[in-house]
Design a protein around this ligand. Structure first.
Ligand code: GLN
Length: 449
């Protein structure tokens, strides 16, 4: 009830698309009954969770914040959602986001923008802006988002909370609406690392419905989070810290923080990373290519929006449905993705970007063999003003420079709040570790906080 009241009082933030008030209260009552009867409770009993509107929950609407899925109701639940429910969590509603998770500000939603709760003139980040604000404003304990190129870490950074993107394949993607399938991962928002670790432990692991979900057993993350703070070998990527786009005050903040780490017995070394300028272009070539294929299923026949125009032939019908219901950013990406995959351009763009992806992954593995973790900014600046970057899509894409690295290579990464900028907004630090090394990653992040 406390969360429901608060959600009502903060409607102006536009974080929730739908609130499952009665259902949430019923589940709370059911938990109460279990307690009265001394029945066993799941590990997330009473934990209130919000889910991004790209994650399916049986018999509930899901739209990827797009008009093209207008009126569509999920026929099954995502594996992550099923596991939350089995663990006795309470799902309180679904959360606003950029259409099909494409964006960095949550300004691309068909349901309007989301406001940053700390400063209503600023964006919460994206694409999982609603998920970040729901935790930031205390509208739920935990939320799920999706991270294809930073959509959990960057909004966590802009909102001053914790955001984890696990290793590719750690959490099943079954029931997650696809944007770019070889990049997409469900991620977790929380206020503290231990909460995120607890939820990860519940939702991670093999799944017969997703062949890309890893068979590796899930370690007991929570037990390891509080382990002693041992001396660590950290690397920062030199080109990342000396990048032109990085806010100068934040750069000084990171340098001071690295000095502090050294004083407390860790080592922090700069390592060269000559591929930095290629990762955003490679990311946008590959993800738009995958998106153009994934989004071809929305034709207005199987589900969602249908044009009211009558008497069209099949091709015209497809065209009208897609033209009328997809937003501008989604159309732009479908066009770009179709272009880079077209014969004559495939080798110049798509296969070249694949090569960049492999080189970057090899380089990152090499660094992570030698160091416990990589420390880099999450975003080059704190939260933008609403509308600030809308006229300059290239500037908007370039702001993903520090987050796309983990998705190109599949490694896990977490954003933890570090400091406040003189403009009053928080900014965070991103920690990256080896694949399937979340236990270490979470422990390091906990000790940094
Ligand atoms: N900002 C990135 C993009 O627009 C990240 C999106 C995401 O992680 N879903 O593609």
């Amino acid at each position: 009830r406390q969360f429901l009241d608060k959600i009502e009082r903060t409607r102006h933030l536009n974080a929730f698309l739908e609130v499952y008030a009665n259902e949430a209260l019923d589940r709370a009552k059911e938990l109460d009954r279990k307690i009265q009867h001394g029945e066993r409770l799941g590990p997330l009993a009473g934990v209130v969770v919000g889910i991004k509107d790209v994650i399916c929950y049986k018999d509930h609407k899901v739209s990827a914040a797009s008009r093209i899925l207008e009126g569509f109701t999920s026929l099954f639940s995502a594996t992550a959602v099923d596991r939350l429910l089995q663990a006795d969590a309470i799902i309180i509603g679904n959360l606003n986001c950029d259409e099909f998770a494409m964006g960095s500000t949550n300004e691309n939603s068909a349901f309007g923008k989301v406001l940053n709760a700390l400063d209503n003139t600023r964006v919460p980040g994206g694409s999982s802006g609603g998920s970040a604000v729901a935790v930031q404003a205390g509208l739920c304990h935990i939320s799920l988002g999706s991270d294809t190129g930073g959509s959990v870490r960057q909004p966590a950074d802009f909102c001053g909370i914790v955001g984890l993107k696990p290793t590719y394949g750690r959490i099943s993607r079954h029931g997650l609406i696809a944007y770019a399938s070889s990049f997409d991962q469900i991620g977790i928002f929380g206020k503290v690392i231990a909460d995120v670790a607890t939820v990860l432990q519940v939702i991670a692991g093999p799944d017969e419905f997703d062949s890309t979900a890893s068979q590796k057993p899930v370690p007991k993350y929570v037990d390891q989070v509080f382990d002693n703070n041992k001396a660590r070998k950290f690397a920062f990527l030199s080109e990342a810290l000396h990048h032109d786009g990085l806010d100068t005050e934040m750069k000084a903040g990171f340098e001071a923080f690295f000095d502090k780490l050294e004083t407390s017995g860790h080592t922090v070394s700069g390592v060269p990373f000559e591929y930095l300028d290629y990762i955003v272009p490679a990311y946008y070539v590959l993800t738009t290519a995958e998106a153009s294929s994934n989004l071809s299923r929305y034709d207005g026949i199987k589900y969602g929006y249908q044009t009211p125009l009558k008497g069209l032939d099949l091709n015209e019908f497809y065209k009208k449905n897609r033209s009328e219901a997809f937003g501008k950013e989604v159309k732009k990406r479908i066009l770009l993705g179709t272009f880079v995959l077209s014969s004559g351009y495939y080798d110049a763009y798509y296969s070249k970007a694949q090569k960049v992806r492999r080189l970057v992954a090899e380089k990152l593995d090499e660094i992570l063999e030698e160091y416990d973790a990589i420390l880099i900014p999450t975003s080059p600046t704190p939260a933008f003003k609403i509308g600030e970057k809308l006229d300059d899509p290239i500037a908007m894409y370039l702001a993903d420079i520090y987050t796309v690295l983990a998705n190109l290579t599949g490694v896990p990464a977490i954003s933890v709040p570090l400091q406040r900028h003189s403009n009053g907004m928080p900014y965070g630090l991103q920690v990256i570790s080896k694949k399937f090394d979340e236990a270490n990653l979470l422990q390091i992040a906990h000790n940094l906080l």
